[in-house]
Design a protein around this ligand. Structure first.
Ligand SMILES: Cc1cc2nc3c(=O)[nH]c(=O)nc-3n(C[C@H](O)[C@H](O)[C@H](O)COP(=O)(O)OP(=O)(O)OC[C@H]3O[C@@H](n4cnc5c(N)ncnc54)[C@H](O)[C@@H]3O)c2cc1C
Length: 402
């Protein structure tokens, strides 16, 4: 027997909070268990694709979101030595989406907005400093063990959403597999306060090079006008204190951006990158969404966006089940739809993007770049390519799966 009839959401990141808001909009009560004492403010995902903005529009928060952030219609593919070889304008999708641009906004701004929207919502209880240590399926309930400052609590819930990130306790303790691999390098991420427009960058650029490839993004920050992120590869075995020394960071920036100038660095850090997908996103009474269900390298900006797409899809199906409008097969369908897209689109494209940027063979690199240059001049191919890279195709593909 459930002692709490509400849906339990584990993890109050962008995916857990989007799930809570979607459930609430459908009139379904839920409780969010979040291990931390507040919303994470780390430097993480910072770019939203059109279908993600459409979801926030349907949830009624897009106008608040649009008061922050940067609209980036044009993005580039560059060779580190030779410069731009292809440029794409999302404006060409204006008749397909209300949001024909990438929207750059660090994810903690989204989380803070979601939190503000939810804090007085009678359908949603937010429980901070509540760490879920295990979830077990038992007959028709899920049993959650939760560590709090007042000791351990056991709660039986009808349904659980594991949105507790890449190291998900829900995934590990409820018996899901997480197959895939870890890349042989980590990411060195820097934020610099300098107008890279001066060097010809549009708001997003993917820079190819065998050694010094990079992702270059203009960041929104409410206190700084010119903030850019440069993410570069680093040796997995190199200690962080060596990689993050100020001179070492400057040397990498100079090599990557091809100048001798000293960049004002406001942040630097490293993180490991993986490609993994859970064996299923639904087992018994437990579902997975976001990084708990799938992780990938950030080239293309699919991780955070895909997680929000999971959240909206899952919460609507969970609402149908909770309201008695559908049976559990709706959750099987969620798993089939979103897992298929995670494997066929997100994993495939993020791996392909990384391999293209770091290609070592000069002939292959040249051929790849010539092909992209030709594609960027063919309006029919550009449209198809932008539908894929902006994740519009992936949402359509998921909806086709029945
Ligand atoms: C350094 C870094 C840079 C990134 N850069 C990009 C990028 O440029 N583009 C992009 O698209 N993606 C990027 N990502 C990925 C992106 O941040 C994630 O895809 C996104 O945060 C997923 O959201 P989530 O809500 O699923 O998980 P998270 O944001 O990880 O949120 C999980 C939440 O669960 C909580 N939690 C964890 N364990 C428990 C527990 N046991 N009990 C209760 N609560 C728990 C955590 O405190 C956290 O609040 C990056 C990730 C990292 C780490």
């Amino acid at each position: 027997m459930c002692d709490d009839k509400r849906i339990a959401i584990v993890g109050g990141g962008p995916v857990g909070l989007t799930t809570a808001l979607t459930l609430s909009r459908r009139g379904v009560p839920c409780v969010v268990y979040e291990a931390a004492g507040e919303i994470a403010k780390e430097q993480r995902g910072a770019a939203f694709h059109p279908p993600t903005l459409e979801i926030f529009q349907r949830l009624g928060i897009e106008s608040s979101l649009m008061k922050m952030g940067l609209r980036i219609p044009v993005w580039q593919m560059r060779d580190r030595a030779d410069g731009v070889y292809a440029e794409f304008d999302l404006g060409t999708l204006a008749e397909i989406t209300n949001f024909p641009f990438r929207y750059h906004l660090p994810q903690h701004y989204l989380s803070s907005l979601l939190l503000d929207t939810l804090k007085d919502d009678p359908n949603v209880e937010l429980r901070f400093r509540s760490t879920v240590t295990s979830v077990k399926n038992e007959d028709k309930t899920a049993v959650l063990t939760i560590a709090t400052a007042d000791g351990e609590r056991i709660v039986r819930s009808p349904w659980v959403v594991g949105s507790d990130g890449a190291h998900s306790k829900v995934r590990k303790t409820a018996g899901f597999d997480f197959e895939g691999f870890t890349w042989k390098e980590k990411f060195l991420v820097t934020n610099v306060e300098y107008p890279l427009e001066k060097l010809g960058y549009t708001g997003t650029a993917y820079v190819s090079d065998p050694e010094n490839w990079a992702v270059v993004l203009k960041l929104y920050d409410d206190t700084k006008e010119h903030l850019w992120r440069i993410a570069m590869p680093a040796d997995l075995d190199a200690p962080d204190d060596v990689l993050l020394q100020a001179e070492a960071v400057q040397a990498r920036l100079s090599k990557t951006l091809g100048t001798d100038m000293e960049y004002p660095v406001t942040y630097s850090g490293t993180y490991r990158i993986h490609q993994r997908v859970a064996d299923t996103f639904f087992k018994g009474r437990v579902t997975l969404a976001g990084d708990a269900a799938h992780i990938n390298n950030p080239i293309g900006g699919f991780g955070l966006n895909g997680g929000v797409h999971d959240a909206f899809n899952l919460a609507n199906k969970l609402a149908d089940v909770w309201l008695g409008l559908s049976g559990e097969e709706a959750l099987e369908l969620y798993s089939r739809q979103r897992r298929t897209v995670a494997v066929e689109v997100v994993q495939k494209n993020s791996i392909r993007n990384k391999q293209a940027m770091e290609e070592r063979d000069p002939d292959v690199r040249r051929r790849n770049q010539d092909a992209m240059r030709a594609l960027s001049r063919d309006p029919v191919k550009v449209r198809e390519f932008l539908l894929d890279s902006s994740m519009i195709s992936s949402v359509r593909r998921a909806a086709e799966i029945s």
